[in-house]
Design a binder for this molecule. Structure first.
Ligand code: PEP
Ligand code: MG
Length: 330
């Protein structure tokens, strides 16, 4: 297997009909960062900055953040692909809590104060993070991404804050990236249906299928009792994803997926049939993804698989179709 992986590492992830697929890694902690160089990742599609906030004694300072982001970029630079680093701003609340900060009590935390809702309400915390990201992004392929966006007001407000932070850095005579690519997580259904509008404000979209699935199905991602509903192969989830992809592709916006769905080769085939060609996953899943992609023909997926998937009655049918498809081609 080691020999085979070595060979695989040298190959680009390209379909039989010549479509190149980007395979990025998700970074959710220091161990992920340390193992990045042994991986086959092209870059980092999701740096979950929460881990720095969770491991610190208090909200990390600008300098602490700069150190982490620089360290991450040094790792990314050594990779073999596009070498982008997408830093996601703090996404706490619900399943992610800080030991030094007590969140208000909520009956439905997943529908509550989390992600961008928290950082826009605590602008000082947000500004410190944006300062660090902008400073590290100078002359580097670093992009910034915002979690849990649910309406246009939020991105408008973010853009205002970004401009004001840049002005502040100018006044202090500090160097920073005057232009940084911005993107949003598409993980709330309201945002899924406004991709055309959001396209006016952002450079890229990243599908957060963990949250998107739980919100489409109204099934808490932490509940074992409703886990059977929390399935990204539910036809309603697939139709939503297909709609997002169509809208983004039509507007020539990059669209990738960074939820756990990308770990699953069957899901990769489904997503590729919708035109998605960028994936970000735990780096240990990248070899399997690559092996699958090398056997796929994207034209066939779009012509044959896509219409079948979009016409299924339930997740079971979707899985049967995908399983058969993968077996036939492998
Ligand atoms: C997601 O929701 O799919 C996602 C990638 O973000 P997180 O799992 O950190 O909420
Ligand atoms: Mg999420």
């Amino acid at each position: 297997i080691r020999e085979e992986n070595k060979k695989l590492k040298g190959l680009p992830a390209i379909t039989k009909d010549g479509v190149e697929i980007v395979l990025n890694a998700n970074i959710g902690g220091i161990t992920d960062l340390l193992s990045l160089n042994n991986s086959m990742a092209d870059g980092v599609g999701l740096l979950r900055t929460e881990f720095l906030y969770m491991e610190s004694k208090f909200f990390p300072t600008e300098q602490q953040q700069i150190e982490l982001y620089e360290r991450a970029y040094k790792k990314v630079e050594k990779l073999n692909g596009e070498r982008e680093l997408i830093i996601r701003t703090l996404d706490i609340g619900a399943d992610k809590q800080l030991p030094y900060y007590e969140m208000p009590f909520e009956g439905n935390p997943f529908l509550g104060f989390r992600g961008i809702r928290f950082t826009l309400a605590h602008e000082n915390i947000f500004r410190t993070q944006l300062r660090s990201i902008l400073r590290v992004a100078k002359d580097r392929k670093i992009k910034v991404m915002f979690p849990m966006i649910s309406n246009l007001e939020e991105i408008i407000q973010i853009k205002k804050i970004l401009a004001s932070v840049k002005k502040e850095l100018d006044e202090e005579g500090l160097e920073y990236a005057s232009y940084i690519q911005t993107g949003i997580m598409v993980e709330v259904p309201s945002t899924a249906f406004l991709i055309d509008k959001f396209s006016e404000y952002v450079d890229f979209f990243s599908l957060g299928t963990n949250d998107l699935t739980q919100y489409i199905m109204a099934a808490d991602r932490l509940s074992a009792d409703v886990a059977y509903l929390n399935d990204y192969f539910e036809p309603a989830v697939l139709r939503t994803i297909n709609y997002i992809a169509e809208e983004a592709i039509r507007r020539k916006k990059k669209i990738s997926i960074c939820g756990e769905m990308a770990n699953d080769p069957m899901a990769i085939a489904a997503l590729m049939s919708f035109g998605i060609d960028r994936f970000s996953m735990m780096s240990s899943y990248i070899p399997m993804a690559k092996r699958t992609i090398l056997r796929l023909n994207r034209g066939n997926l779009q012509r044959e698989l896509k219409p079948k998937l979009l016409n299924c009655n339930n997740a079971k049918e979707v899985k049967e179709i995908l399983k058969e498809y993968i077996e036939v081609i492998t």
